[in-house]
Write a protein that binds this ligand. Structure first.
Ligand code: C2E
Ligand code: MG
Ligand code: MG
Ligand code: MG
Length: 280
């Protein structure tokens, strides 16, 4: 009997594994098709200067509608990375976002672009050339582009990744560490990196005003960033209280649903018109 049950369990397990494998293959095939059929879109989330509320940049965030279902980036970026599709996808995002932000800048709106990099993209052949080509074609100045990486990328494949990023920085591109505080890079290591900006992870920002430890940690990160001469961006600002605390801490910039949600290019157009109008 016990044997039967065990056999049954193995069968169920094998069926489950089979179903997972099929789902992964389907997702990979769908991703490939999505790329060919231009099913991807970019949304832009404004980043503001906390002292002046001016929009300093927009962060490009990829969007995928698989038929009529929205698939969050966290669900398809892993498979895209595993299949290598992340490379052409990221290249499309890079070109498209550079082009759109260059057009906004041409309307005399002084904003920058932040892009998230994937590990595989950085180590792909001709990564540096691809970025400098996208800048050249779009006319976006290198100094208006910030590339975001997470700590893990700087620790794994560290030498190659850091040397590629240093080449880009030599071109004038800025570098940011995204989700700062959640990784395992040591402070000593961080100090040696060619970085211009840190983005404080929402897991710290969420506790502002509610949790003493998280508030203290956020304050410490802001101070550390400033002591290292870095621009400090707080991510995931959802409540007025968080905004207030961050301003009081002297945090440079902020991003979050309270400030502005990610929006399609058309939404950014509208935002630009109101921003330019209010600047007059
Ligand atoms: P991230 O780079 O840390 O981006 C911030 C994420 O937080 C975005 O989620 C954004 O929509 C969300 N967010 C912004 N403000 C708030 C807030 O106030 N509250 C909450 N709860 N969330 C907020 P999204 O678009 O789902 O992206 C998730 C992650 O996927 C990104 O995290 C980034 O690591 C990755 N990703 C997104 N687009 C791209 C891309 O084009 N290329 C690559 N390689 N990765 C991307
Ligand atoms: Mg980011
Ligand atoms: Mg982040
Ligand atoms: Mg993240």
């Amino acid at each position: 009997r016990a044997k039967d049950l065990g056999g049954r369990r193995v069968e169920v397990f094998a069926a489950q594994m089979h179903a997972d494998a099929v789902r992964r293959l389907e997702l990979a095939a769908d991703l490939q098709r999505a790329l060919i059929e231009n099913q991807f879109a970019i949304e832009y989330q404004p980043v503001v200067d906390l002292a002046t509320s001016r929009v300093t940049a927009v962060e490009a965030l990829v969007r995928w509608w698989r038929g009529s279902t929205f698939v969050p980036p966290e669900q398809f970026l892993g498979p895209a990375e595993d299949t290598g599709l992340i490379v052409p996808l990221s290249e499309w995002i890079l070109r498209e976002a550079c082009r759109e932000v260059a057009a906004w800048r041409a309307s005399s709106w002084d904003i920058g672009l932040s892009l998230n990099l994937s590990a595989r993209q950085i180590t792909a052949p001709r990564f540096v050339e691809t970025v400098s080509q996208a800048l050249e074609e779009s006319g976006l100045p290198a100094s208006a582009l910030t590339l975001e990486v997470i700590e893990e990328m700087l620790v794994e494949d560290a030498e190659e990744t850091i040397s590629r990023l240093s080449e880009l920085r030599a071109l004038g591109v800025r570098l940011a560490i995204d989700d700062f505080g959640t990784g395992y890079a040591s402070l000593a290591f961080l100090r040696q990196l060619p970085v211009d900006m840190i983005k404080i992870d929402p897991s710290f920002v969420s506790g502002l005003g509610r949790d003493e430890t998280l508030t203290l940690l956020t304050r410490t990160i802001v101070r550390l960033g400033h002591d290292l001469g870095l621009i400090v961006v707080a991510e995931g600002i959802e409540r007025p209280e968080q905004l207030e605390k961050l301003r009081e801490m002297g945090c440079t910039r902020g991003q979050g649903f309270l400030v502005a949600r990610p929006m399609a290019a058309r939404g950014v157009d509208t935002l630009m018109r109101t921003s330019l109008q209010s600047a007059l």
